[in-house]
Design a binder for this molecule. Structure first.
Ligand code: ZN
Length: 276
């Protein structure tokens, strides 16, 4: 389905609430890798290519017990990257809309980069895979999840040949055990989901308050590879019988009634902004 920018700007102006569902495609325009396919992942992490470890294998909590230096090499590298990268201007444009037009908004994202929080959504957000900006105790000693910035060890020195972490790895402030990022990995039975549960409740309340009248869902860069965001947006769209825009340059096919913008996140947001 082709899109008309004037229709889209009208939907934004008239909505009772804007629900942004964002996947990896939102981050690529900031210059972040999306780990799409083995080759994409290995281009970003040559040492893991040498070891033959795929993203699905690497994103597994067992590395923290079996090879903590490699586990923190991988996650420490990503932490450094997400911290040192600025969210692209599309984040600021979105934030300007909700401020300028006083639109209640909520973000549902699978991205663990913390970039929506950096861009102003520190409360109205559900990070469905957690966040690399938070830590949890590997031993689950009872210490509540905490922000990575709260600890002194918040930058990592990583060996570029072996991807091992050379700097001290963050310790639990309560029991001194090793920590891990508070993100949902594969085969992950130890993810501390308490913050996630709080965020879920907040989203529920937000939807009851702002979703029942004239909700607008804007799904951005959420593909079929890990389809959590896409499924959530589609099921919410059906449940609330509302309007939805899908921004996706690759997996742009959409159910009838959904407006599809088959272009990248930043390009789509910029085009809408120009038409505003
Ligand atoms: Zn602990």
């Amino acid at each position: 389905m082709s899109y008309e920018l004037c229709k889209i700007t009208e939907l934004i102006h008239n909505c009772s609430g804007l629900l942004v569902g964002a996947g990896a495609g939102m981050g690529v325009d900031s210059g972040l890798p999306d780990f799409r396919g083995k080759d994409g992942f290995w281009r970003a992490y040559p040492p893991l290519s040498k070891l033959g470890i795929s993203f699905e294998e690497m994103a597994n909590p067992r590395w923290f017990s079996e090879n903590p230096e490699l586990a923190w090499g991988f996650y420490g590298h990503r932490y450094n990257l997400y911290q040192s990268t600025n969210p692209h201007v599309g984040y600021r444009i979105l934030n300007n809309w909700v401020k300028k037009f006083k639109i209640p908004s909520f973000v549902f994202t699978s991205n663990v980069d913390g970039h929506f929080v950096k861009s102003g959504w520190d409360q109205e957000i559900l990070e469905c895979h957690g966040s690399l900006m938070r830590l949890q105790c590997l031993k689950n000693c009872g210490q509540p999840v905490w922000n990575s910035n709260d600890t002194k060890d918040h930058t990592f020195e990583i060996c570029s040949d072996t991807l091992t972490c050379l700097s001290p790895m963050p310790k639990c402030p309560r029991c001194e055990s090793l920590t891990r990022p508070n993100i949902l990995m594969f085969s992950d039975f130890y993810w501390d989901c308490r913050i996630h549960s709080i965020q879920e409740k907040q989203l529920d309340q937000w939807l009851q308050k702002h979703g029942t009248e004239n909700l607008l869902i804007m799904e951005i860069g959420a593909g079929l590879h890990v389809p959590t965001v896409r499924f959530f947006c589609e099921s919410t769209w059906k449940e609330f019988n509302c309007n939805m825009i899908r921004v996706n340059p690759r997996d742009s096919q959409s159910p009838t009634g959904v407006i599809s913008m088959p272009i990248g996140a930043l390009e789509a947001i910029s085009k809408i902004e120009e038409a505003m």
